[in-house]
Design a protein around this ligand. Structure first.
Ligand code: ATP
Length: 312
């Protein structure tokens, strides 16, 4: 629980209905509907330019939609901007910080915008910045900057916290530290809405996900639901040099998929297809070079839904 023992007001349901935003010729967000339940971690997953940041900024009240409604509980946020300002916390890009302010001064600066704030020292302790309290922002590591950014997003004790790519560019250990902080926010009853490019992050952190591309929501659900819906079953992978024909007949084999790194046999029943493959290889004297099996992941779902990998 939150060390200060502060009881949080309950967060409310966020509803995004028919929201659109165009910049000149670019339809950045093209009529999206989302319902974000309180108290969980909701992820917007999509490649560069999908419209994730624009969507977050409209919910946060930083950009005005061209059309549609955004409601937080009973409030229409387009007409009650004060509600978003008081109850939402927004993680700024770390480039928005003043390099020549100290960590404690940075938190004080952002706290000065709000009537109700969490104590600065609690935020510093909680995000492991004690030793950097008096350091200039310009001397922080990438991970420390990100933790400061999440600390600043919490300064007004928000019900909903928005994090735009909270672990971009961090090393694996620093990413895990940020994940722990994000889980802690959920543990306190806050709602977290985040964007990410990273599949493992979405799978590890998010209770629900919306997959976004070209301004549309392609599908929504828990990571497991999305995997079940779009990529049930498993995969047998082989080196691309193994001569597998597209119309190879094996028990329970759904289809053959290729890329530069592997030939993948998608199957509903791994045991049956694998047994059939081994028999076929013996009969035809084909070595099964690089044979490995794996379950479907969000990456496969994403490829299926968008036709491209997240990092294209
Ligand atoms: P990224 O992961 O790269 O941050 P994103 O999914 O957050 O991408 P947005 O930043 O919302 O996507 O951008 C959606 C589209 O709108 C892109 O084509 C982008 O170039 C365009 N865009 C975003 N902001 C502006 C702006 N201020 N003016 C003009 N076009 C913009």
């Amino acid at each position: 629980m939150w060390a200060g023992g502060i009881t949080l007001p309950h967060s409310e349901v966020l509803r995004i209905m028919g929201v659109r935003k165009r910049y000149g010729q670019v339809q950045a967000v093209d009529g999206i509907d989302l319902t974000i339940d309180p108290g969980g971690i909701f992820g917007l997953l999509g490649p560069n330019g999908a419209g994730k940041t624009t969507t977050l900024e409209m919910i946060e009240g930083l950009r005005k939609p061209d059309a549609g409604q955004i409601r937080y509980g009973e409030w229409d946020l387009l007409h009650h901007q004060k509600v978003a300002r008081e109850r939402f916390g927004v993680q700024l890009q770390t480039s928005a910080f003043f390099e020549l302010l100290r960590v404690d001064e940075t938190i004080d600066l952002f706290a000065s915008f709000y009537a109700r704030t969490l104590p600065r020292d609690q935020l510093i302790d909680r995000f492991g910045l004690q030793e950097k309290r008096s350091a200039y922002v310009q001397n922080l590591s990438g991970g420390q900057r990100q933790r400061l950014a999440v600390a600043v997003a919490l300064v007004n004790d928000p019900e909903v916290v928005f994090l735009d790519e909270p672990t971009a560019g961090l090393d694996p250990q620093a990413r895990r530290n940020v994940w722990d902080s994000v889980r802690q926010l959920r543990g306190e009853g806050r709602t977290v809405v985040l964007t990410t490019h990273y599949m493992d992050e979405a799978e590890a952190l998010c209770d629900r996900l919306a997959v976004m591309d070209h301004g549309h929501i392609l599908d929504e659900g828990s990571p497991q639901e999305l995997i079940q819906r779009h990529r049930p079953g498993a995969m047998i992978e082989l080196d691309p040099s193994v001569p597998i024909a597209d119309d190879l007949q094996l028990p329970s084999l759904q289809r053959v998929q290729r890329d530069a790194l592997a030939t993948a046999l998608m199957t509903e029943r791994l045991d049956e297809t694998l047994a059939g493959l081994v028999m076929w290889a013996r009969e035809h004297d084909v070595p099964l070079t690089g044979l490995r099996t794996r379950s479907a992941t969000l990456e496969d779902v994403f490829l299926h839904l968008t036709g491209r990998s997240l990092r294209d």
